[in-house]
Design a protein. Structure first.
Length: 707
């Protein structure tokens, strides 16, 4: 094996018998260890490739793992199953779903279509406009219950939710559909109800490797325990310090209890980081050491190059955005590619100030995890046609496409179709001559049947012909907004390219395979490689790395989020999120916060995040704007003070704006023009604004107006 490994990595690779837990700190080369372990099993232990199963969480990670393994084994393809949990379960269910009463051609219901179904159920049950039954909230609760266990149907926090859940599950089954959670649940159900089938997969995969084990939820852990029940050759790789998905069911305690659940388990820690400078790791270690529920470890690095490690205090978000934009420009002038820079935040709304500042400076950027390609209407419309071509029983997809392009088929016609046959597509075959819109429905049926005959020859021409045949381009040409129509056409062209790319890399391309791939795409799979600054939530940044990282919005109530303050468990997850953000940086790290932050239409005074206060200040350079040149109403000067917090700086100054007094005319970027009615304790002012009335503010939040 021609890959350089340190002592701990070599030990993790060579330990192939019995259960093994590898605690892999951020940037410690866990993917290298997993792929080297696969290679070692094949070359040194002579394990057949087909007997090895490697499971991870994203398509990108699975693809990277597979690519590296093929390089190490020096072959164009390998027989090892390397996939995500959902891909693995989907593959199993394509063979075994009939055991649960599904067809093997069942469709996967994506999140958006599942939400539409929930909205319909809420409407039919009379709960449509009740705030406590917000569709996304109901969807999250249903997912939470499914991921906890197959039998736990209790959701006491929302009366009647179990009835909604039963209707939801029934609607999915009637349409031969499974949502993402069902892929896991139904695989477990097949195994638990059919010992023979379980034994087959246990014998097929005696060697199991699980990546990102800290992100497993209850049902995923159950699945792994079932598969590993007859073998002790299981290796779990993960880091509880990077468990940040508790809000969607992940349970970091799975990695803590792994040694108890698998007897004679060896534990190996990977603590040498190959990504970040030693100073960045000192900062990260200082923060995460305040968590109590963890395996103790200290990341170390031999990278001692100089970099920027800056704490910036802004008076309000606009200045925070301007500071970040200015620093990004400076980094780019130093030769750092825009794509190597990331701005990370706790919540999407925090990107606004950065976007404004970037646009003013003409800095190219992308919002990662924003409005995604596969969520655009025109893409979902065409995918809806493909899903009906694959599975005519998919009523949800049929209802999406039946009037796109317009065929004057509305809810009344759909209701009449349901009276003919609950499977809407099948109903078309049995319509009486005088059925409303029979001609249009027959024409749609004829199109679908033509392409069903061609579905075994799925390629870019198949999709191109379908788009033309249904008249989608002609429909776009009639839209009033020509620019929007052109954008939609470009997106459809890109979808055809996507099919071509899929055909080029897939061994056995098919319509089913393409739709399955699309259904399993994640946020980070869509990051493009052009040169733009990456703006994203910290959750989206998991697994990525950048030369320079900005973490913004570091105020109490913002990060950590206000909702986590009352729970030590949730607060520890917030701290893990901070740890993940810091360890994305390779060379430069900038931590920023604003003394004022808008919330519910008010500008609120904010305190610096506790996560900053947990960092020894000798590790950071503090940068804050001074209140110079106040007569012009501009905040222009800055002051740097290594080794001191902004709170320390505040202790030794009065913070009074000279020139601001009773009767001063001032301007606020949100509230507009006003006049000072009073000055309280030197730094608080009472202002009567022309538009909205009286507000009490810090004096730094306003600009003095010249008479």
């Amino acid at each position: 094996m021609n890959v350089k490994l340190n002592r701990d990595q070599r030990e993790a690779v060579s330990c192939t018998k019995g259960p093994l837990l590898v605690i892999a700190g951020a940037g410690s080369g866990k993917t290298r260890v997993i792929t080297c372990k696969i290679t070692h099993l094949v070359r040194e232990e002579f394990v057949p490739e087909s007997q090895i199963l490697a499971v991870t969480f994203t398509n990108k990670a699975a693809g990277e793992m597979k690519h590296r393994a093929m390089e190490m084994l020096d072959r164009p393809q390998i027989g090892t199953t390397i996939s995500t949990f959902h891909s693995l379960c989907l593959r199993i269910l394509r063979r075994e779903a009939v055991m649960l009463g599904y067809s093997n051609d069942f469709s996967v219901c994506d999140s958006a279509d599942a939400l539409s179904l929930i909205k319909r159920i809420l409407s039919e049950s009379g709960r449509k406009n009740r705030k406590e039954y917000a569709p996304k909230k109901v969807q999250a609760l249903i997912s939470s219950v499914k991921n906890k266990s197959a039998s736990d149907r209790k959701l006491e926090q929302l009366p009647g939710i179990d009835e909604i859940l039963d209707h939801y599950d029934a609607a999915l089954r009637e349409n031969d559909l499974m949502d993402f959670d069902d892929l896991l649940l139904n695989t477990v159900a097949v195994f638990e109800q059919n010992p023979g089938i379980l034994a087959h997969y246990q014998e097929r995969f005696p060697y199991i490797l699980v990546d990102e084990f800290q992100d497993t939820n209850a049902i995923q852990y159950r699945l792994i325990r079932l598969l590993a029940d007859k073998t002790v050759h299981i290796c779990a790789v993960g880091d509880e310090d990077q468990s940040i998905y508790g809000w969607r069911g992940a349970d970091f305690e799975n990695i803590l209890k792994f040694p108890r659940d698998f007897e004679n388990c060896r534990i190996i820690k990977l603590e040498e980081n190959y990504r970040s400078t030693s100073r960045i790791l000192d900062i990260a270690n200082a923060v995460i050491s305040h968590n109590s529920m963890r395996n103790p470890k200290v990341l170390r690095s031999d990278i001692h190059t100089e970099g920027d490690f800056v704490l910036y205090e802004a008076p309000f978000p606009r200045e925070e955005g301007n500071f970040i934009a200015k620093q990004v420009s400076a980094l780019h002038q130093q030769g750092i590619a825009y794509r190597s820079i990331a701005v990370l935040y706790r919540a999407n709304y925090l990107s606004r100030a950065m976007e404004d500042a970037f646009r003013k400076r003409n800095i190219p950027y992308r919002i990662v995890g924003g409005y995604k390609f596969y969520e655009r209407k025109e893409i979902k419309d065409i995918l809806g046609y493909l899903r009906v071509i694959r599975n005519p029983s998919d009523n949800l997809s049929f209802q999406r496409i039946v009037n796109v392009p317009r065929r004057k088929i509305g809810p009344a016609t759909i209701e009449k179709l349901e009276n003919v046959n609950p499977v809407l597509y099948t109903a078309i075959e049995h319509l009486p001559d005088r059925f409303p819109r029979k001609r249009e429905l027959d024409e749609l049926h004829h199109i679908i049947e033509d392409f069903r005959k061609r579905k075994d020859r799925f390629d870019p021409d198949f999709l191109r012909d379908l788009i033309e045949r249904i008249g989608y381009i002609e429909m776009l040409k009639t839209e009033e907004d020509a620019l929007e129509a052109e954008t939609r056409m470009e997106n459809l062209s890109e979808l055809i390219t996507v099919v071509g790319d899929y055909i080029a890399v897939e061994e056995s391309p098919s319509l089913n395979g393409f739709l399955d791939n699309v259904s399993l795409l994640s946020d980070t799979d869509e990051i493009e490689d052009d040169d733009r600054v990456n703006l994203m939530t910290i959750h989206c940044a998991k697994g990525l790395e950048f030369h320079s990282v900005f973490v913004c919005g570091l105020e109490e109530g913002t990060f950590p989020n206000q909702r986590t303050m009352g729970s030590s468990r949730e607060l520890e997850e917030e701290r893990r999120l901070m740890y993940v953000a810091i360890t994305r940086a390779k060379q430069n790290l900038y931590l920023t916060f604003s003394r004022e932050r808008g919330w519910k239409w008010e500008m609120n005074r904010k305190k610096m995040s506790r996560f900053i206060r947990e960092i020894p200040m000798e590790l950071l350079t503090v940068n804050r704007p001074a209140m110079a040149n106040i007569q012009s109403g501009l905040l222009t000067a800055s002051h740097s003070s290594p080794g001191r917090t902004s709170d320390d700086l505040n202790k030794n100054r009065t913070d009074t704006q000279s020139g601001v007094h009773k009767g001063s005319r001032v301007f606020h970027h949100t509230y507009g023009e006003g006049i000072v009615l009073n000055v309280v304790n030197g730094n608080r002012i009472v202002v009567k604004f022309n538009r909205i009335g009286i507000k009490v503010l810090n004096s730094r939040a306003v600009q003095l107006k010249k008479d």
